[in-house]
Design a protein around this ligand. Structure first.
Ligand SMILES: Nc1ncnc2c1ncn2[C@@H]1O[C@H](COP(=O)(O)OP(=O)(O)OP(=O)(O)O)[C@@H](O)[C@H]1O
Length: 359
């Protein structure tokens, strides 16, 4: 269900994927993916472990060759699976940062950052300027003479980022770059990365399985599942108009509830014309469910599963038929309480048994 990128009102595409597939031993890690990334965007490849995010990024970096399909950077063909062609990483004007920092331990911070500039054979003065600019942008000028073993993990990641931007690539590729950092540092570095993105004007592609990271950083998100792109859209659109049950259940804090419906009945029991006689799942956002005291139409009894205080409110989850339903409420629910949830008059969306959106 790969949706095309909406590029008509946006900048021209810097990256275009045209029916790209990558197979390993007959299994498609990435399957028939097409989209284009407008210049200056921050695209996040989001999905659960094993969905093909890293494989996609590696093809963009030139570390893996597509089995079929083509990749273009602007008008330049950088990979053509059918022709068995792939442009080497060094010739793509794209920088790459991994989860592991991969710094040279025997080189100083300044030496590490200068290394790709030396490989590119830039003159010494230009190297000095670019090295200083990159260190200043990442706030690590004071660490120039230290060795990687003498700085913290967060500082090492800053060095890896400075090394990536020093050659001034027009495309920046990130593979889970923050996952080795603690929670506080991760939030701080998200902000740093966005500043870097704005300051360089480069187009970024960022791999993560963390939907909060995706929703806070991205201009565009490609939600991946089993090697396919389920939806390619802006974060707000993913939340407001999820194209599939998978997307609805993957994004959002909390993610929307997906309630099973059979023949137009909630949980196969409570008939409701708003369910259109459908069988599959109804999407109900947490704030569409009310915690009530009395039974009545659309009210279901649930077994309390969890109460999470959140910004002055409570996320209350209950279980019914082994399915977890979450609501957000101002009420301080007591843990021993028998819970009743009132479902909304109509769901926010309906998906069939394949997860395809019906309404
Ligand atoms: N070199 C390889 N040889 C064989 N199979 C591979 C290879 N690389 C990836 N795969 C398979 O391709 C699929 C996608 O892997 P990939 O690493 O792209 O997923 P991912 O979404 O990045 O996962 P994670 O978040 O866990 O890194 C997986 O089933 C994986 O086992």
């Amino acid at each position: 269900m790969a949706a095309a990128a909406k590029t008509s009102l946006e900048a021209p595409p810097v990256i275009s994927l045209d029916h790209v597939t990558k197979s390993f031993a007959g299994h498609d890690a990435v399957s028939n993916v097409s989209f284009s990334v407008p210049e200056g965007s921050f695209l996040v490849l989001l999905g659960p472990s094993g969905c093909g995010k890293s494989t996609m990024l590696r093809m963009l970096a030139g570390l893996d060759q597509p089995t079929s399909g083509r990749i273009l950077f602007n008008d330049t063909l950088v990979a053509d699976g059918n022709a068995g062609f792939t442009l080497p990483p060094a010739d793509r004007n794209a920088g790459l940062v991994f989860q592991s920092y991969a710094l040279w331990p025997h080189m100083t911070v300044a030496g590490n950052i200068e290394w790709p500039l030396k490989v590119a054979k830039l003159p010494a003065e230009e190297r000095r300027i670019r090295r200083a600019d990159a260190m200043q942008m990442l706030g690590i000028s004071a660490l120039a003479d230290r060795y990687p073993g003498e700085i913290s993990g967060g500082q090492q990641q800053r060095v890896a980022l400075a090394r990536m931007i020093a050659p001034r690539p027009r495309i920046m590729l990130f593979d889970e770059p923050l996952s080795n950092l603690d929670a506080t540092l991760r939030v701080e570095m998200r902000f740093e990365l966005l500043k870097l993105h704005a300051a360089t004007g480069a187009t970024a592609v960022y791999v993560t399985h963390d939907q909060v990271e995706a929703m806070t950083m991205a201009t565009h998100v490609a939600v991946m599942n089993n090697g396919i792109v389920e939806q390619f859209d802006a974060p707000d659109t993913l939340l407001a108009e999820p194209a599939s049950a998978f997307v609805a259940g993957f994004v959002g804090t909390p993610a929307a509830n997906l309630i099973p419906i059979t023949g137009g009945r909630w949980f196969g029991r409570v008939a409701d014309p708003s369910l259109l006689n459908a069988t599959g799942h109804a999407m109900v956002r947490a704030d569409q469910i009310e915690v009530v005291s009395e039974s009545g139409p659309h009210v279901i009894e649930v077994e309390l599963a969890e109460i999470v205080p959140m910004a002055g409110r409570y996320l209350v989850s209950g279980l019914i038929d082994g399915i977890r339903i979450t609501t957000v409420t101002n009420r301080a629910v007591r843990s021993a309480e028998k819970l009743r949830f009132r479902l909304p008059g109509a769901p926010a969306a309906i998906f069939d048994t394949q997860g395809t959106r019906l309404s």
